[in-house]
Ligand binder design. Structure first.
Ligand SMILES: Cc1cc2nc3c(=O)[nH]c(=O)nc-3n(C[C@H](O)[C@H](O)[C@H](O)COP(=O)(O)OP(=O)(O)OC[C@H]3O[C@@H](n4cnc5c(N)ncnc54)[C@H](O)[C@@H]3O)c2cc1C
Length: 441
């Protein structure tokens, strides 16, 4: 392909239309910058995408929006997302039964059943209350500056029994961190515990992808270029991948842009940790926590209420289970239920994974589970960046590029949005300061 003439320089080019890239682009656009977003995939949202399959909404991996997230809440129109809350607390599968462990502060009537549930002892339950009060009072900037250790050591130092750590924290936080060794930083633990205590875990009525879609709707349509993987980038230029006729032949925009270079006064790398390392030319391979999510269709929900069920004992594959359509009815066609099962630490093949999970479901819910139809399994090998103590690096500039994404803050919707918003503010600060937006190298 002969080189095309270079278009005039954009103010800012953002690489990646995940939540961090979209948040950054929205802030810059609304401040009057000319921004364009280049996204490798065929849709926006990055790790927050939803597919419609036979009338069901299947998020690409089970995730929830915590409505106490401060930065995300400030940027998003939460009312328009029509967020539906889970019942606080959890059901814990232990010794052949689902036991109830409620958030007794928001549901005092559950005090009795929770106190008696054979999950931890009374002292553990009092310590949960103590932790809750201390973290609700602790400002977020203190949490992010606190001395760091692993979540496991933090919980032991707080005085929780090994049994409660195993039965509850490994299950609940294993599902959040996607690792049940609890090696994730204690800062992330404090942050998520505070968010769960201050608000609710929710699902948007139209699926998780409604979150990035709401942000994308605040940008001019032509500002987002899908199917546009960036192959190389410098402080002021990016190059898009060459595409074959078969890949991009039906899309004029793609055909015109493939292989071209774009100039921009500032370039934001809002890609995942691995792509960011590759585009920066580093050999290092960031580590990831992974998960698989299996979806089943059922005629009716197996749970009495919209709550998360966790596996409390350690033998079995199901890590957690919920019924998204019981939380937000938009997730399933009328008269049907969508069941979501998350598995971590699994390396089974697709067939054995489904068979094993189906066997466990019959154990949990009896013969009724035999009638459920398997809809899809999502494997997410790169779900969350591994985040041991000392992992946080912050948004930064490297090789003349602005770097943001959840890996610079916390592996969460809040972390991604916060990093994008902060990066936009830093870029605008340079513009407002009258400085040229320029490379630091
Ligand atoms: C299974 C799962 C469960 C989760 N659970 C929760 C939860 O319950 N609550 C919560 O708050 N968070 C949760 N998260 C985390 C949250 O979804 C992420 O932290 C957040 O979406 C990351 O956004 P990002 O913009 O930083 O990165 P990404 O979403 O990874 O966005 C990066 C974008 O860059 C694009 N890209 C990559 N390479 C290129 C290239 N060469 N050129 C152009 N574009 C490129 C990608 O296609 C992608 O769109 C979960 C994540 C997963 C996967």
């Amino acid at each position: 392909m002969s080189p095309l003439p270079e278009p005039p320089a954009l103010d800012v080019a953002v690489i990646g239309a995940g939540l961090s890239g979209l948040a950054c682009a929205v802030k810059l656009h609304e401040a009057g910058c000319r921004v364009e977003v280049f996204e490798a995939a065929d849709g926006i949202g990055g790790r927050v995408r939803t597919d419609r399959v036979e009338g069901f909404l299947l998020d690409r991996g089970f995730q929830v929006y915590l409505d106490a997230y401060p930065e995300a809440g400030a940027l998003l129109d939460l009312e328009a997302l029509d967020l539906r809350p889970f019942t606080p607390g959890a059901l814990i599968w232990k010794a052949g039964k689902l036991r109830s462990l409620r958030d007794v502060f928001r549901n005092p009537s559950a005090l009795f059943s929770s106190a008696l549930a054979p999950v931890g002892n009374l002292r553990d339950k009092c310590l949960v209350a103590k932790l809750r009060f201390s973290l609700l009072r602790k400002p977020l900037d203190h949490i992010w500056a606190a001395p760091e250790t692993s979540t496991l050591d933090y919980l032991r130092a707080f005085g929780f029994s090994e049994q409660f750590i195993d039965d509850f924290f490994r299950s609940f936080y294993g599902g959040i961190f996607l690792e049940d060794q609890l090696m994730t930083s204690s800062r992330l633990f404090e942050f998520t515990f505070k968010m769960f205590s201050a608000g609710s875990a929710t699902l948007p009525q139209n699926g998780m992808q409604a979150i990035p879609e709401q942000l994308a709707a605040r940008l001019p349509e032509a500002a987002i270029h899908l199917n546009s993987p960036v192959t190389s980038v410098t402080g002021d230029h990016l190059t898009l991948a060459e595409r074959s006729e078969a890949e991009g032949g039906n899309d004029d925009r793609i055909e015109n842009e493939a292989g071209t270079r774009h100039r921009a006064t500032a370039i934001v790398l809002a890609t995942d940790a691995s792509t960011t390392a590759r585009l920066l030319g580093y050999d290092r391979q960031p580590k990831w926590n992974h998960t698989s999510c299996l979806y089943f269709a059922a005629d009716e929900t197996p749970l009495a209420e919209p709550i998360i069920a966790l596996r409390g004992d350690r033998d079995g594959l199901i890590h957690n289970l919920c019924v998204p359509s019981q939380v937000a009815p938009g997730y399933a066609p009328e008269g049907q239920s969508l069941i979501s099962i998350s598995v971590i630490n699994d390396h089974a093949t697709d067939a054995t994974l489904t068979e094993t999970v189906e066997r466990e479901l019959i154990n949990w819910f009896g013969e009724a589970a035999k009638t459920w139809t398997h809809l899809r399994t999502e494997h997410l090998p790169q779900a969350l960046p591994v985040a041991p103590p000392g992992h946080a690096i912050g948004n930064r500039r490297e090789k003349g590029l602005w770097i943001c994404g959840d890996h610079t803050r916390s592996g969460s919707i809040e972390g991604a949005i916060q990093s994008g918003v902060e990066t936009a503010a830093e870029i605008l600060g340079e513009i407002d300061g009258g400085d040229k937006i320029a490379s630091d190298t």
